[in-house]
Design a protein around this ligand. Structure first.
Ligand code: URA
Length: 234
């Protein structure tokens, strides 16, 4: 592996920003092969040299796994000529590493969005074959009735004739529902609820598989997944 700047290696873990890496080095918290290194711009070989922060070894992560609370009005894409994308909310090195959003949330949908540079991980989450639950909270115009709950469970037919996999519709209150689907067709939840005569007013993804949106993340915030969170999908 080519030599890399210490701040780049540390920020690629998703645990520190480059600025934090620089501050930690200045404070004497960073060591290379056991020797304190106060200059985070120094280049080292992460495969042959031991980098540590406060005594804890930090490796060059092969892949990056992030969780974001996607804000409204931002595209889940890697780049766009005119509009802001979720990659614009991350440090530049993630774009250079090839990080991309796992599946799509509409521009007007908020909530849990995973990002990675690991294609296999993304495939396991998005392929309908793997049956990973995606859970959404929606405010609707009107409240769906028991027939809609049954239609979701049976496999709803959309207005264009598309037949959906069986899904779960829970009525949480007046104009409020929770929808669980195992696929991610274009505008799927919006189209499913529209097909029942209760169009979506707001939509937010709360969970994918066993992974719920971290309540500490404000819209636009992100953090690295922990090892145990990553392993839930591997
Ligand atoms: N279904 C939708 O309609 N929109 C999303 O963003 C996600 C699921």
């Amino acid at each position: 592996m080519a030599v890399q700047r210490i701040d780049k290696i540390l920020s690629a873990t998703g645990r520190f920003s480059r600025r934090e890496a620089s501050q930690m080095a200045k404070q004497g918290a960073v060591t290379v092969d056991g020797v304190c290194c106060r200059d985070s711009s120094k280049k080292i070989d992460p495969e042959t040299q031991v980098l540590a922060v406060r005594g804890e070894r930090v490796g060059w992560a092969e892949h990056v796994y992030l969780m974001m609370n996607k804000p409204l009005g931002v595209l889940s894409a890697t780049k766009d000529r005119d509009q802001k994308t979720v990659l614009d909310l991350l440090p530049a090195e993630y774009r250079a590493r090839g990080v991309f959003p796992v599946g799509r949330l509409d521009k007007d949908t908020s909530g849990l969005l995973l990002l990675t540079d690991d294609g296999d991980f993304a495939h396991r989450l998005t392929s309908p074959k793997h049956r990973v639950d995606k859970v959404y909270l929606a405010q609707t115009d009107g409240t769906p009735g028991p027939k809609a709950v049954e239609a979701f469970a049976a496999g709803l037919t959309l207005r264009d004739g598309t037949v959906c996999l069986p899904a779960k519709l829970e009525i949480l209150g007046e104009n409020q529902v929770r929808v669980t689907v195992q696929e991610g067709q274009y505008h799927q939840v919006r189209r499913m609820l529209a097909a029942c005569g209760t169009p979506v007013k707001t939509l937010m993804r709360q969970r994918e598989g066993e992974l719920s949106l971290d309540p500490c993340l404000k819209p636009g915030d992100w953090r690295a997944l922990t090892e145990s969170e990553i392993l839930r999908f591997c």
